[in-house]
Design a protein around this ligand. Structure first.
Ligand SMILES: Nc1ncnc2c1ncn2[C@@H]1O[C@H](COP(=O)(O)OP(=O)(O)OP(=O)(O)O)[C@@H](O)[C@H]1O
Ligand code: SF4
Ligand SMILES: [Mg+2]
Length: 377
């Protein structure tokens, strides 16, 4: 079974506000190709919050930009289907899509300056967004803009409406951007690392704003983050991404209680957990793969203690075990997840010495000490 067929069933959820089906995105970088997203299928229902979590470079933002159809056309090859509020967006004229952005789908960008116009006052930017989509007077739009700034915790919102983006701090700009993204109560909101520039108190406040919005207006929220704490606190379902693939997908509670993919187990053991203060934190050794290679084996294999010979032969498909989906030929057992190492013998099979670029780089990316892992290794 290929990843495409294994995951296709998830594209047919009822009430989906957004669905992506076998999304593949490649960037041309000079003579090279970057395989940024490699066959992702996901859907988010109205009022639901999906977390997308994974290391830097695994394709989270690219998937978000694809849903907005905001990838640079000249250098991007994209395939698969993306359906937003019932519209397949790939073939839509730009004018129709421009009308959908903000109202049907909005994004809080990782870099706040990309969506704020530096030469326009903050108030004007929010007011123009409101007037472009809603029938209201300019005075009503200004009053709504002030309410939105208050909602995201900006002190003295009336005064702040007259500030330019460069006159406020980075954290404040991030909040303004969130206010703009939620202004039209979009059907789908993609929040790409929405709270990274914020202190912990403000972070909690912003996450609450997003959760309330989702509960009140039925907005489908896609929460892109590195932070497992954010995932645990705000999402109902999680897709873990690695090297452009979804490698594990489950209800949030299930994922935290019973992670099955070695990478997910590694992620969880790399961050502190409440109640496990004495537990040693273990970073995942090695680095993510070079995404300029077409994946031909499990992308996590060079870093994986659970690997077996078949891991080097093909990319593992995402297989459903009930609602829990895992792309792994040798999933982690519960007890192994607790201790963080395989408790069965014979894993850690090294890369075969096939003389192709992909295998040469797998060997180069492999940290020492992963071969022939044994009990407790
Ligand atoms: N415009 C582009 N041109 C070429 N390569 C790109 C472009 N945008 C992204 N990439 C590459 O695509 C891959 C996925 O990038 P992406 O920004 O989606 O990752 P991410 O998961 O959002 O990472 P981060 O957590 O650091 O934000 C990376 O290898 C990145 O270098
Ligand atoms: S056991 Fe194999 S398939 Fe599973 S993550 Fe490790 S290398 Fe990949
Ligand atoms: Mg990103």
């Amino acid at each position: 079974m290929s990843i495409d067929t294994a995951t296709a069933q998830r594209g047919t959820r009822r009430n989906a506000a957004v669905e992506i089906e076998d999304l593949r995105v490649q960037f041309r970088a000079g003579k090279e190709t970057v395989y940024a997203v490699n066959g992702v299928t996901l859907s988010v229902a109205q009022g639901e919050t999906l977390g997308i979590v994974g290391e830097s470079g695994c394709g989270k933002s690219t998937a978000g930009f694809a849903m907005m159809r905001l990838l640079p056309e000249k250098i991007t090859l994209i395939s698969g289907r993306i359906i937003v509020a019932g519209n397949e967006i790939q073939g839509l004229p730009e004018a129709k899509l421009a009308g959908m952005r903000g109202r049907d789908i909005a994004m809080i960008y990782q870099d706040p300056m990309t969506s704020l116009n530096p030469v326009l006052r903050i108030g004007e930017q929010i007011v123009e967004t409101l007037l472009a989509h809603k029938k209201m007077t300019r005075a009503a739009a200004r009053s709504r803009a002030s309410e939105l700034l208050e909602l995201v915790g900006i002190p003295d919102p009336e005064m702040r409406l007259d500030s330019y983006p460069h006159e406020i701090s980075g954290g404040m700009r991030q909040r303004v951007m969130i206010a703009m993204a939620v202004a039209l109560e979009p059907k789908v909101l993609i929040a790409d690392e929405p709270t990274t520039a914020l202190d912990v108190t403000t972070q909690a406040q912003i996450l609450q704003v997003l959760k309330t919005l989702s509960g009140k207006t039925g907005t489908a929220l896609v929460m892109i983050t590195h932070d497992l704490g954010v995932v645990a606190g705000t999402t109902s379902r999680v897709a873990v991404m690695y090297a452009g693939h979804v490698i594990e997908h489950a209800m949030t509670e299930t994922l935290f209680a019973e992670p099955r993919h070695p990478y997910t187990v590694g992620l969880m053991r790399a961050v502190p957990r409440i109640g496990s203060e004495d537990e040693e934190l273990v970073p995942i050794s090695g680095s993510p793969p070079d995404q300029r290679e077409m994946p031909v084996f499990c992308p996590f294999a060079p870093r994986c203690r659970w690997r077996v010979a078949s891991c080097w032969n093909e990319v593992p498909p995402l297989v459903a075990h009930g609602e829990h989906e895992v792309a792994c030929f040798n999933p982690v057992l519960s007890k192994e997840a607790e201790v963080g190492v395989p408790l069965r013998d014979g894993f850690g099979v090294p890369p075969p010495s096939r003389d192709t670029k992909a295998f040469r780089s797998a060997i180069a990316f492999e940290p020492s000490g992963l071969q022939n892992t044994i009990v407790g290794g």
